[in-house]
Design a protein around this ligand. Structure first.
Ligand SMILES: Cc1ncc(COP(=O)(O)O)c(C=O)c1O
Length: 300
């Protein structure tokens, strides 16, 4: 699956620093930390007609990621919300929109890794694009297992939503070479961690499972699906999941802000069979869609 760009995105306004710029003028300095060392944190947001889905949870994760890597001037949620509102209003975007919100450590006075060289504050980037959910959620996607492992806290804590994405990008390259839609990344012990850009769930014998959030991003959608299970009487467990268990699951699906809930139809050439007619994934998809309006945060 190769994304295309909606022609309307050619003329978008993008927030960089403290104001909006037309797309072709929206740039960061070559001295910005994100260029120098991928030294930034980010969130993907989705805009629906009633607002931004789970916005406060996203802003909280952004704050916690930035605090973990010792950013000294993290903008408050109110400041970010005001900039987000200005950006969405300027683009007339109130649905079918994905926002890539990035906070970099800002410009350095000279090249180098040392954060003490950052003396002019962080840079906020709000890149909104017309982009409905990107995967084929009706027919599902095929995946392969990547040889690239997902980080765990011993190396780079996946609870930091950072822009050092090279391991995920390498996994995605492997899925491209294999001619499928995404790559499953394992943790250091060989258990499933997550896909290159989404979290993974499986259903088996009337119960839903998802990997511990030790080597995967603690996805906002992942957390919401766990809550949906808990509040709707669906048994859910976080635990180690092996490849054999995934191959033999009744249903497997992935979750993320970019694509919502997406069925997985094939893993490493093994077709998902759903031999006993499990319907948990569809129940969760229906519940998720029903609750979107309620969990969107309006901007004022
Ligand atoms: C590696 C990875 N996993 C999972 C996700 C899904 O997270 P969320 O549900 O917060 O969008 C993302 C989204 O950015 C991601 O980059």
């Amino acid at each position: 699956m190769l994304q295309t760009s909606d022609p309307r995105n050619q003329s978008i306004q993008v927030w960089v620093g403290d104001r909006l710029y037309p797309r072709e003028e929206a740039k960061v300095s070559v001295f910005d930390s994100v260029v120098q060392g991928g030294d930034a944190v980010w969130e993907g947001l989705r805009v629906y007609p009633t607002g931004v889905m789970l916005l406060d949870r996203h802003l909280n994760r952004l704050y916690e990621s930035a605090k973990a890597i010792a950013f000294v001037d993290i903008p408050s949620p109110d400041v970010i919300k005001a900039a987000l509102k200005q950006t969405l209003d300027a683009n007339g975007m109130d649905r079918d929109t994905h926002v890539r919100l990035t906070l970099t450590r800002g410009n350095k006075i000279t090249s180098g890794m040392d954060p003490r060289l950052n003396q002019s504050g962080s840079t906020l980037i709000i890149l909104p694009e017309w982009k409905p959910p990107v995967y084929d959620n009706e027919h599902g996607i095929k995946i392969i297992t990547s040889t690239i492992r997902r980080n765990n806290p011993a190396f780079l804590d996946s609870k930091i939503h950072h822009t050092n994405l090279l391991n995920n990008i390498q996994a995605k390259i492997q899925s491209n070479v294999a001619g499928v839609d995404a790559a499953l990344m394992l943790d250091k012990d060989g258990f499933a961690a997550e896909l290159n850009g989404t979290n993974i769930f499986m259903a088996k014998n009337s119960k839903v499972y998802t990997p511990y959030a030790t080597a995967c991003l603690h996805g906002i959608t992942r957390g919401f699906i766990i809550e949906l299970c808990e509040t709707n009487g669906i048994a859910i467990e976080e635990r180690n999941i092996s490849l054999t268990e995934l191959y033999n699951a009744d249903e497997v699906f992935c979750t993320g802000t970019m694509g919502e809930l997406t069925p997985i139809t094939e893993i490493d050439g093994r077709v998902m069979e759903n031999r006993y007619g499990s319907n948990l994934m569809n129940a969760l998809i229906e519940k998720f869609e029903e609750l979107i309006p309620k969990y969107c945060v309006g901007l004022s």
